[in-house]
Design a protein around this ligand. Structure first.
Ligand code: AFP
Length: 319
């Protein structure tokens, strides 16, 4: 089986991009090891502070963020980082060629129940002769040069794309290496499985209420087929399921949110997942536009997300 370094040497021309991907994934192996220790390492529970978005940070949010931040700031190919857990971007090396945005521990409310979490990352290439600024990060997702995630589940898996399909690697804990286990994965255009947090139903738009009601009616409704529902409460887990067996994932805007932006973050959740899903043949939209076309206005911007099986996304948008 091909190791990650062999795969990168064969498929990624830029040695500096290889370097950033290796530093990121090496650090994710360390996060994976920390997660496996759980309570034994005294790292569960709250850190006692809030991130820029007013969300309470878990100890492991802070630990994972510091691990990635320290490793990436030391990497000469990194020009700057942006993280869910950092208020502002952090410049690294002026001569570095890559900007990396990441959610160090997506789905961290799952930590205390020993369920799936993950690290999501998105890379842009850039150059400049001065320390990086936030404006350099504000580019549409279609300009990403690589995107992916590491899922910390029963096995630890790395899933990424550099724009030529999506490949999955499984961490071999004996060798300490990511090995290529699923090549060029594809999302079927049709599905009978959806993922949405139903507890928000009364806050959705009328159109979203009508769409989901029709799914729930199954064979007896206008869709003429039964649907199954799943919700991991970690986008990384829901997207992984869709890459493995299809489906649609929706985090819509709702009436609780006057900006109509929803919950998920554009730069380090929606954009990298949209690049993966499109590279696997699926679609990724807000209720009005393709996610990868959005011109970002801020590094912590939120957007509604509808992604997965191409025909099901089209159907949802038709409502
Ligand atoms: P946390 O990282 O705060 O747990 O949030 C995870 C997340 O941003 C995304 O990964 C999930 O899909 C979504 O929130 C779950 O949201 P609900 O709280 O509505 O289930």
């Amino acid at each position: 089986m091909q190791s990650l370094s062999q795969f990168l040497a064969a498929h990624v021309a830029s040695s500096s991009l290889q370097e950033v991907l290796l530093v990121t994934t090496e650090t994710c192996k360390e996060i994976s090891a920390a997660l496996k220790k759980g309570s034994l390492a005294g790292i569960l529970g709250m850190a006692g502070n809030e991130n820029v978005q007013g969300e309470e940070q878990k100890k492991l949010d802070v630990i994972s963020n510091n691990m990635l931040k320290n490793a990436l700031l030391a990497c000469p190919s990194v020009r700057a980082i942006a993280s869910e857990e950092e208020d502002d971007i952090v410049p690294a090396h002026t001569t570095g060629e890559y900007l990396i945005s990441f959610d160090p521990l997506d789905g961290s409310s799952n930590i205390d129940i020993n369920s799936m979490v993950g690290t999501i990352f998105s890379l842009y290439r850039t150059t400049g002769d001065h320390p990086a600024t936030e404006v350099e990060f504000l580019r549409p997702g279609k300009e990403q040069v690589a995107a992916g995630y590491v899922l910390y589940g029963p096995s630890t898996m790395l899933v990424f794309t550099t724009g030529n399909g999506v490949n999955m690697f499984t961490l071999d804990i004996d060798q300490g290496e990511f090995l290529l286990t699923h090549e060029n994965v594809k999302v079927a255009a049709e599905t009978q499985e959806f993922a949405i947090n139903m507890s928000n139903q009364r806050f959705w738009s009328d159109a979203m209420q009508a769409y989901v009601s029709d799914l729930v009616l199954g064979k007896d409704g206008p869709r003429g087929k039964n649907y199954n529902m799943r919700w991991v409460a970690a986008m990384v887990g829901d997207v992984h399921r869709i890459l493995c067996r299809g489906g649609i994932f929706i985090y819509p805007w709702d009436k609780k949110d006057p900006t109509k932006a929803g919950k998920l973050r554009l730069m380090y959740e929606a954009n990298p997942m949209a690049m993966l899903i499109e590279n696997a043949g699926g679609k990724a939209f807000t209720h009005t536009q393709r996610i990868l076309d959005i011109q970002p206005e801020g590094i912590h911007q939120r957007v509604p997300v509808i992604l997965g099986a191409a025909n099901e996304v089209d159907k949802c948008l038709s409502y």
